[in-house]
Design a protein around this ligand. Sequence first.
Ligand code: S3P
Length: 172
Amino acid sequence: MQNLILIGFMGAGKTSVGNCLAQESGMTFVDTDERIVAEQGMEISAIFEKYGEPYFRDLETALLERMQNDTDHSVISVGGGMPVRERNRDLLRSLGCVVYLLASKETILGRVRNDGTRPMLSGENLETRVERLMREREALYREAAHLMIQTDGYSVPEVAQMIRLEARKFGY
Ligand code: S3P
């Protein structure tokens, strides 16, 4: 399938870059979090609060399964935890070219610091939490990805352009 899928940690820029990339490439933009919120009629934080994280993870997997049949020629931005499940990594790769947006801990912290909408970042000290999750997920992101793009110091349109150039080498 000919999708471009953006993965990476919370605050790595998946949604902003995905929107820009889709606009510039004349592709449809899909954000898995937005689809889940629209389908459930609830914010992500409310889903976590009411049903717990495993329920949200099941919703993510079910959505990726449906996307195998109804989503093509799209730029897809996925929630930061999507690639953690092995099944999801397989599903992501079968959707198209998976691009890992890398950002440093400092960049991530600067972006998520004043954002209370991410349940994975509530609770313990933010920096400790981000550090731990980044460490736990790094290898999984790499395993899921066809391409990696370092985003620190680049603007959203610059990152979108880098993805276009790199993905072209893969026939996208
Ligand atoms: C999550 C990331 C969020 C959202 C949910 C869980 C995670 O998406 O899916 O809050 O586990 O990393 P963003 O990466 O778009 O913030």
